[in-house]
Ligand binder design. Structure first.
Ligand code: AMP
Ligand code: TRP
Length: 342
C-alpha cells in the first residue's frame, strides 16, 4: 500500500471536559459540518481524553451527551457521519498502547500543550496527560484517517501523529498507516479569550465572561461582546491595521467566521467603525447564528436516551472500521492471535 491508496477519510474529536465554546464551534464543529458529504467523516466525543484531568463521574456522561448534542444541533447528521464516544470503541485504547511503544519520550517532552497544562506541577499530573498525544494518534490512525480538521492549538499533535505513523511504517517495513494531513484553514483557527486577546478562548478559563458558550442565551452573548476588551482605537481602514491589536483582530475574525466572510470583507463593510457600532453588530450576528443551535441542543438534551442510541449506533459503525485495522496492526507487530479468523 502506498500513501496515495488510502481512501480519503476525515476524523476529529472534542473532549467532554466542559461546555462547548464559540472556539469549539468556529474552530472545529462548523468545519466538521462543512466536510460532511464531501468524504467519509467520523466525529468522536473523546471521553478518554477528558479523564486525563479529573472529571466528576456523574458529570462526565452528561458532558459527553452535551458535546454530542452540539454536533447534532450544528448539523452533523448520523446518516452522513459516524458519531460516537471514544470509550465505546476499545480499539482506540488498544492501538494507543502500541503507539506508546512507538513514540519516543523525547517527542512527548516537546509537546507545548503538555508543558502549558502541567506548568510547574509536572510531577503531579496524570501519566495519561503526558501520553495523551499517543492516544490522539491512535484515534486518528485506527481509521487510517487522511484528514483531521482542528484548531491551530492541535497542529503539533497532528504532526506527532505523522511522526508516529512514519516510525511505525519504517520500523515494521510497511506502508500501513497514512501520513495524516491537519486541516487548519479559515479565519477562526484560534479564537481568543474576550478579556485577554493573547490567550485562547477555552472551556476551562476562570471567568465565564471570557468565553461565549454554545448554550449562552441572547442576553448573555450581547453582554459578553459588549464587555469584551478592546483597545481605544476604532476599526482600521484595512486588515493590515489589525496587526498588533489582538483583541480587535479577534472580534473581526469571529465576525468573519460566523458570517463565512474573510476578515478583509468585514473591514470593507465596517471601515473605521467605532466599537459602539461594531460590537452590537457582532452580538446580533452571533445571536442569529448561535441561538438556533443552542435551542436545538436543548431539544436534544431533553432526550438523553436518543443521544445514547445515536452514539451506540455510531460506535457500532466505528468498530466495524477500527477492529480489522487493529487486527492487521497486531499481525504486523507480531502479537499472537489464537484464532486468526477473529
Ligand atoms: P477541545 O475543547 O480542547 O477538546 O478542542 C476541540 C477542538 O476545538 C480542537 O480542534 C480545537 O483545536 C478546537 N478549539 C478549541 N478551542 C478553540 C479556539 N479558541 N479557537 C479555535 N479552535 C479551538
Ligand atoms: N486533543 C484534541 C483537543 O484537545 C481532541 C482530540 C482527541 C482530537 N483526539 C483527537 C482531535 C483526534 C482531532 C483528532 O482539542
Amino acid at each position: 500500500m502506498n500513501q496515495t491508496s488510502f481512501t480519503p477519510r476525515v476524523f476529529s474529536g472534542i473532549k467532554p471536559s466542559g461546555g462547548l465554546t464559540l472556539g469549539n464551534y468556529l474552530g472545529a464543529i462548523k468545519r466538521f459540518v462543512g466536510m460532511q458529504g464531501q468524504m467519509e467523516t467520523i466525529y468522536c466525543v473523546v471521553d478518554m481524553h477528558a479523564i486525563t484531568v479529573w472529571q466528576d463521574p456523574k458529570e462526565l456522561a452528561n458532558m459527553t451527551r452535551e458535546v454530542a448534542a452540539g454536533y447534532l444541533a450544528a448539523g452533523l447528521d448520523p446518516s452522513q457521519s459516524i458519531l460516537f464516544n471514544q470509550s465505546q470503541v476499545a480499539a482506540h485504547a488498544e492501538l494507543a498502547w502500541i503507539f506508546n511503544c512507538v513514540a519516543r519520550v523525547g517527542w512527548m517532552n516537546r509537546m507545548t500543550q503538555f508543558k502549558d497544562k502541567a506548568g510547574s506541577n509536572a510531577e503531579k499530573v496524570s501519566l495519561g496527560l503526558y501520553a495523551y498525544p499517543a492516544l490522539m494518534a491512535a484515534d486518528i490512525l485506527i481509521y487510517q484517517a487522511t484528514h483531521v480538521p482542528v484548531g491551530e492549538d492541535q497542529k503539533q499533535h497532528v504532526e506527532l501523529t505523522r511522526d508516529i505513523a512514519a516510525k511505525f511504517n519504517h520500523d515494521f517495513k510497511t506502508d500501513f498507516f497514512p501520513l495524516t494531513e491537519p486541516v487548519i484553514e479559515g479565519p477562526a483557527m484560534r479564537i481568543m479569550n474576550l478579556r485577554d486577546g493573547t490567550k485562547k478562548m477555552s472551556k476551562s478559563g476562570e471567568s465565564d465572561m471570557e468565553r461565549i458558550n454554545m448554550t449562552d442565551d441572547a442576553d448573555k452573548i450581547a453582554k459578553k461582546f459588549k464587555k469584551a476588551k478592546t483597545d481605544p482605537e476604532p476599526l482600521p481602514e484595512t486588515v493590515e491595521g489589525l496587526k498588533d491589536r489582538p483583541e480587535a483582530r479577534n472580534l473581526v475574525e469571529i465576525y468573519a467566521a460566523l458570517n463565512d466572510m474573510t476578515p478583509e470583507a468585514v473591514i470593507a463593510e465596517y471601515p473605521g467603525a467605532g466599537w459602539g457600532t461594531f460590537k452590537p453588530a457582532l452580538a446580533d450576528l452571533a445571536v442569529a447564528k448561535l441561538a438556533p443551535i443552542s435551542e436545538e441542543m436543548a431539544r436534544f438534551m431533553a432526550d438523553p436516551a436518543e443521544i445514547d442510541r445515536i452514539l451506540g449506533e455510531g460506535a457500532e459503525k466505528a468498530r466495524a472500521i477500527a477492529n480489522p485495522i487493529l487486527r492487521d496492526t497486531y499481525d504486523i507487530v507480531g502479537l499472537l492471535r489464537s484464532d486468526a479468523t477473529r
